[in-house]
Every structure is written in C-alpha cells, then in structure tokens.
Design a protein around this ligand. Structure first.
Ligand code: GLP
Length: 264
C-alpha cells in the first residue's frame, strides 16, 4: 500500500482529482467505482470544476457505484442515486447509460446482483475504485464480518452505521438493508484509492494499514491488493505508527521512480 499523508483535506482532494484526471486522459472510457458519504463531496465538486473548465471530459466514462439502500426510490433524497445525481452526475457531461448502481429492489435481487458484477466484468473491470471508509472499517456497506470473498449482495447494516448515517427513512420498509458491491468485487478493480478525513477515521485507518487482515475490519483486506493508495489528511493519519516512514517514502518517490527508470 502507498500511504499519502497531506497537511489538510483540500490537498487530498487535489491529489485524488488529479489521479482521476490523469486516468481519463489516458483512458477516455475509463470505468470508475464511486463512493458516497460526506468524504467524497469535495472530490465531486473538484471534478465538476475540472469538467466545466474542460480539463476532464466525462462523455465516455462509465461508473459503478459501491452501494445503495434496499427498496428505496431513486428520487428519495436519502438514496445514493439521488446523492450522486445531485452532487455529481447532473453537473458533468456523462451519459446516463454509462451510470450504474447496484439493484435496490429486493425482487430478483440474486439475479440482479450477479448481473451487476457481470456488467463490471464485461466492461473489462473497474479501472479505478475510489473508496471512503466507515468508522467501523466498512467499505461500501461491507460491514464487519463480511466475507472477504463476497460478491455484490444484500447486507444488514449495523446499529452503528444506522446511527452514523442518520438513517431515518420515514415509511421506508427496510431501512437497515442495503445492497453493496462485495469485497471480492472491490478487490477485482485494477487500482484502488481510499480517501479519509479527520480524527474520526484515524482508528479505522490504523486498522486498515497496520493491523492484521480480518473480516472484523473489512478495509484491512486492501492489504491484499497490489495497487492501493490511501490518501488521507494528518488527522486521519494520526494513529499510524509508521507515519514518518510513509512520508519519507512519498518524499523520495520522484527520485526513486526516476532512478528505477534510468536503471531499467
Ligand atoms: C457510508 C457508505 C460508505 C462510505 C462510508 C463513510 O455508509 N456506505 O461507502 O464510505 O459510509 O461515509 P463518510 O464519508 O460520510 O464518513
């Protein structure tokens, strides 16, 4: 894993936006995996800004969102589809047919979850999966003790997640059920970047990066992927034991990359 620690979250946003810009320049029809939550909001604003300035052309980009609540309508303000269109898709030149969400209806859910994973596969897989992280280490809605080999499926949310996500769906029949990309689905991405901000995520980052891989902290499974970047601010990095070492690696990165290029 490459751990990139920035002084503050605005620099994290700059870095992730640059990564996405470079990817789309290199591959205009890139397949992106996208998160929701508070953390990515500034990233989406930055990408909209770059789109409006013509620095990024989203017209051939395909997207797959990580998760969605079960049995919730797309126009319900609590749905992740609503969140994504309000905060991103309505403001960029992406084609609607290139936007994909996990199924929300529970009818035919097994078949539709398989279809979701199959569609990702048929497009050649996700080029860049962008993740947030829950305080309990969930990625997407893969809650603690999720199988590390799981595919897209229905998950029952923990009390903690329901509380933190402030899930109060008046009249929604199944507020604690969600549909999430599985851990194996996430790991099948070519590259993964996890972003996190603030003290509240420091424990989750510590467990993700420096503690044993295990289903109790699903995010720890990222240690098993060969191309993961963790881009975080100082506060989210505050519990990392080898913080100075990560900073030294990053500060020497340009020099080491140039040296290896010269030698090979
Ligand atoms: C939500 C989403 C995750 C998100 C996480 C953190 O439950 N299912 O995809 O990464 O919680 O959200 P936030 O960025 O608001 O802390």
């Amino acid at each position: 894993m490459e751990i990139i620690i920035k002084d503050n979250f605005d620099f994290v946003v700059e870095e992730i936006a640059k990564e996405i810009e470079n990817l789309i320049k290199e591959k205009p029809n890139a397949v992106l995996g996208l998160p929701t939550g508070n953390t990515p909001l500034k990233m989406y604003s930055k990408l909209i800004e770059k789109g409006k300035k013509g620095e990024i052309d989203f017209s051939n980009v395909r997207t797959f969102n990580l998760d969605e609540y079960a049995e919730i309508k797309a126009d319900d303000p609590s749905s992740f589809r609503y969140y994504m269109f309000q905060n991103f898709f309505n403001h960029i030149n992406i084609k609607k047919e290139n936007i994909h969400f996990p199924p929300s209806e529970l009818k035919n859910i097994y078949e539709n979850c398989k279809k979701y994973d199959k569609t990702i596969e048929n497009l050649g897989g996700i080029d860049l999966m962008i993740l947030g992280i829950g305080r309990n280490g969930h990625i997407g809605f893969n809650e603690p003790t999720s199988s590390l080999d799981s595919r897209t499926r229905v998950k029952t949310l923990t009390e903690e997640t329901l509380k933190i996500n402030n899930i109060k769906f008046e009249g929604v029949k199944y507020p604690d059920l969600a549909v999430t990309m599985g851990i194996k689905t996430i790991l099948s991405s070519k590259r993964i970047i996890l972003i996190a901000e603030g003290e509240g995520k420091a424990e989750a980052i510590k467990k993700t990066v420096e503690e044993p891989v295990g289903a109790m902290w699903p995010s720890s499974v990222l240690q098993m992927h060969e191309k993961v970047k963790i881009i975080i601010d100082e506060k989210a990095a505050s519990k990392l034991k080898l913080k100075d070492y990560y900073k030294r690696i990053y500060s020497r990165k340009v020099y080491v990359d140039a040296l290896l290029k010269e030698k090979n």
